[in-house]
Design a protein around this ligand. Structure first.
Ligand code: R5P
Length: 305
């Protein structure tokens, strides 16, 4: 029996249908994808925290992004974070927030892994959003029992250098205490930057600096971004799309092209049916539902008044 045949016999049906199998990014049972993407060299604590975010059973994650207030202030539909988040947390594999929102708006007993936003320093009132520093210490991340910390990098922007050096230092600090680092390939106000050439460059640089996973945008030829980035990628939803189906299709295509999951915010909580939306996204990410099947689920879930 060949090694490939033996490998095939150990795969679940879901793994056989995994589009990553065809791209040589096949997952093993009990793996969350990190073993194939750099995880073998990670210490136990890092692997354990990552496994709290990216499910080892299928290598995927639905992260709920709600850190927008750190530069946008009271973003529409996130004005009262607790009210927005509470109904959604049971359906999130992790939630991405600042320490201010963790302390005020998430119960310590809520069993949801925290991805702590630790960079900031520029508000939406500033033309240049790239002037960020690390604003929350690694000690604070430990105190808050964060499962990961997140920082933006601004490749090609005025403060590119500082943001990359920040990332390198944060990875050093994270590795000292076993907390993984999520690098966010931020584009500031230049949304048109979201193409495979730019995002491929930014994601690769993030991985080279030691980020344990990377958050980026979906784009045409996204599989090229995945292939040239040796750590797992999760995709942001970006500004609210016209229809729910558009957002479901984005998640579906991202997974098909090799993303390990989504880290989605506005397209969930700015929807008229946020719980329906996160359930629909879950069905795509974890159950391989099609966008149409997921939309039926969204419509079937009654919006909360
Ligand atoms: C932006 O820098 C923040 O990190 C958000 O978490 C990110 O934009 C993802 O949220 P959304 O799906 O709303 O784009």
């Amino acid at each position: 029996m060949t090694v490939a045949a033996a490998d095939d016999r150990t795969m679940t049906d879901a793994q056989r249908r995994d589009p990553r199998a065809a791209k040589g990014l096949r997952l093993r049972i009990g793996s969350n994808g990190f073993e194939e993407r750099g995880g073998r060299t990670m210490p136990w604590g890092l692997q354990n925290r990552l496994a709290r975010i990216i499910r080892p059973s299928d290598g995927h994650t639905v992260m709920l992004a709600a850190d927008h207030g750190y530069f946008l202030g009271p973003t529409s539909k996130l004005e009262i974070p607790r009210k927005t988040l509470e109904p959604l947390l049971p359906f999130a594999d992790a939630v991405m927030v600042t320490r201010g929102v963790v302390r005020t708006s998430i119960d310590p007993g809520a069993n949801v892994p925290i991805v702590l936003r630790v960079s900031g320093g520029a508000s939406v009132l500033n033309e240049d959003l790239s002037n960020e520093k690390v604003t929350t210490s690694m000690k604070e991340a430990v105190r808050l029992n964060a499962s990961a910390v997140a920082l933006s990098i601004f490749v090609g922007a005025t403060h590119e250098h500082d943001s990359l050096v920040n990332l390198g230092k944060l990875v050093d600090e994270g590795e000292e205490v076993g907390i993984p680092v999520l690098a966010v390939t931020a584009v500031g106000k230049e949304l048109e930057k979201r193409d495979a050439r730019y995002l491929g460059l930014a994601c690769r640089i993030a991985a080279e600096f030691g980020a344990h996973f990377v958050k980026t945008y979906f784009c045409d030829d996204f599989s090229k971004v995945v292939e040239s980035c040796p750590v797992p990628l999760v995709v942001a939803g970006g500004p609210k799309l016209e229809t729910e189906l558009d957002a479901l299709e984005l998640a579906y295509e991202a997974i098909q092209e090799g993303a390990h999951g989504v880290d989605m915010g506005r397209n969930i909580w700015q929807s008229s049916n946020p719980v329906g939306m996160i359930r629909g996204i879950r069905s795509i990410v974890h159950e391989r539902a099609t966008p149409k099947e997921a939309l039926d689920l969204v419509k079937g879930a009654k919006p909360k008044k």
